[in-house]
Design a protein around this ligand. Sequence first.
Ligand SMILES: Cc1ncc(COP(=O)(O)O)c(C=O)c1O
Length: 381
Amino acid sequence: MKDSRELLDPQPSVLRPAKRFRGIEISLIRQINALATSESVNLGIGEPNLEPDATLRDLARRASAGSWHYTPNAGLLSLRKKLAPNPETVCVTAGTEEGLYSIFQAYVDEGDEVLVPDPGFVIYETLAKIAGAKTVRYPMEPPDWTVDIDALLKKITPRTRLIVVNTPSNPLGSVIDAATLQRIANAGPLVVSDEVYREIWYDAPPASMLGLGDNVIIVGGMSKSHSMTGLRLGWVFAEPAVMKPIITAHQYIATCASAFSQTLADLILANADWNASWLEHVRAEFRKQRDAALFSIGRDLEVTIPPPAGAFYAFVPVPFCESIPFAKSLATDTGVLVIPGSAFGERGEGFVRISYAAPIEQIGVGIERMGRYLRERDVSS
Ligand SMILES: Cc1ncc(COP(=O)(O)O)c(C=O)c1O
């Protein structure tokens, strides 16, 4: 016989997650990617398809001979010195995501408001929720996906603790211009600028928020630029006074980033000529993949989108479809994985994110199948 408490509460108390984690699930991106099979054409993935070259593998071999001990919480001094003129302004983290988590834990309280882009990267809202804060979305405007700066500024209230900016953007591929970034920096609250895609650009390097104000915190890392997603190497840049609680949070979360990954990053930055040519290679490969994606999007989906200026995502309209059921049935019926736009916020409904961090043939096959699927649905509905 169940006792009355168990009948009222179907989840046994030992299994009940902490309040701050209720309603938080593995992201829709991971859920869609879990539908992948060995046969799938995966345009859902958010990581580079480029393999490390012989030099990068050699640097990794050299890094493995380095220290395996804890490093200082903020990271190896020699690495921090290469990342910024003042090492006190750097904290090396276990990926950009751990840097973001540390910032939210250090600065966001229950009842605070956090401004995030809509559509925008899913993790910002979750980090705000875990910290007990409310997310307030500011609109990104199609078709160029620029920030509506006046709309953003109007959303600032005395409760606004953080404004999160992401340039180049996941999932939009757009960048924010320098004048808009300066207005955001001048708005008053702390700003977190997520620049993890900073090195992946096509026509011109994207503007950065670095140096735009003492209230600005930058996060970035080597996951996307150096195909190092699994090595968890990121960083936070901030003025020393702003940085102090972030390093404390980081100490209790990770102690330090992996000593191996830090040594590897240090070797990468010490090899400046190779690094510059590697980044050129990365941009050239993603440019080819971007152009292939744009060609197929025009031919097979019959839409034109502004060419993404950075990162490796195209945010493509799929009118008349609810994006979540569409992406799920596309995955199960045709084996093509894309991410539903609504995973990135209300304003993403009616779109899907196509990642072109995939081999060129796969990009063509995937978008062609998606186009055929859309046309068949159109005929049958
Ligand atoms: C906008 C954005 N920020 C942060 C991250 C996390 O990067 P990392 O692997 O450095 O934690 C991602 C990964 O997809 C991202 O797209």
